[in-house]
Ligand binder design. Structure first.
Ligand code: MG
Length: 259
């Protein structure tokens, strides 16, 4: 009986080990596939930046003023799991999911401030990764890119896997940084085909890093970006990059002007 039990145990553990190996193989092949769209040069020059502009103009819609997350929800409408901080910022809670605005936006001017934790954890894409997804699908990358080599079309200020920033305007981790963005929504014909692409201009800590570049489609980790027709207005989404290392970064003072 004991022999029989041990044999079953051996078979079960072999099956489990086999499954784990398969899972690892699948993950490895995904990572390999994703590397095909990584660019590692030219490396944008590092520039130092001054004091960022912060105040919302009178006609802006304030999306986050440090007090509450009433303008935000999860895509599944469940409560937002991110943590409000005493100093008027909000910090990503890893694994709690992306958050998005309740209101949809098309073309807009966006101001958003973000800070990477002073204590460095993770490397490359796992060092404070988040992202600002216009219309829930076009990502302006958020990453700690201060002395953190990674593929350059995935560093802070990049349009993820589409456009390398003109320079690296990153401040040190622990310092507040700003993005000021002018985003033009794409247009689609009635049959769903693309009429005009989205365009984006990005000032990073006051420095131009994307100059009216055409977005190539929905942000993709693997493969070529493509457009698929969507509504004229879609939520602005902030990314919880999830489970893979790094440590939580924060946002504050988010305002938007519809264009
Ligand atoms: Mg990201």
């Amino acid at each position: 009986m004991k022999k029989y039990f041990l044999a079953i145990l051996a078979i079960t553990s072999t099956v489990i080990t086999g499954q784990a190996q398969q899972k690892k193989l699948n993950q490895d092949s995904l990572v390999k596939e994703s590397a095909k769209t990584e660019l590692w040069e030219p490396v944008p020059a590092l520039v130092s930046t001054g004091k960022p502009f912060t105040d919302a103009p009178s006609d802006a819609i304030v999306l986050f003023n440090g007090k509450d997350l009433n303008s935000w929800q999860k895509a599944d409408k469940k409560p937002v799991g991110w943590k409000l901080d005493k100093e008027g910022s909000v910090t990503v809670v890893k694994g709690s999911g992306n958050i998005e605005t309740k209101q949809g936006f098309g073309s807009c001017q966006l101001h958003i401030e973000w800070r990477e934790p002073a204590a460095i954890a993770g490397a490359s894409q796992t060092r404070g990764n988040s992202g600002i997804f216009f219309m829930s699908q076009y990502e302006l990358q958020v990453l700690d890119s201060y002395n953190n080599p990674t593929y350059v079309n995935g560093q802070a200020g990049s349009i993820y896997k589409q456009h390398i920033p003109l320079v690296n305007a990153s401040k040190k981790p622990g310092e507040w940084q700003t993005y000021d963005v002018i985003f033009t929504a794409p247009q689609f014909y009635a049959d769903g085909s693309l009429q005009t692409p989205a365009y984006i201009t990005v000032l990073y800590n006051g420095v131009l890093v994307q100059n009216h570049v055409a977005i190539k489609g929905h942000t993709e980790w693997i493969g070529t970006p493509k457009y698929s027709a969507h509504k004229d207005k879609e939520p602005l989404l902030l990314q919880d990059h999830g489970l893979d290392g790094g440590n939580p970064m924060s946002y504050r003072n988010i305002w938007i002007r519809e264009l």
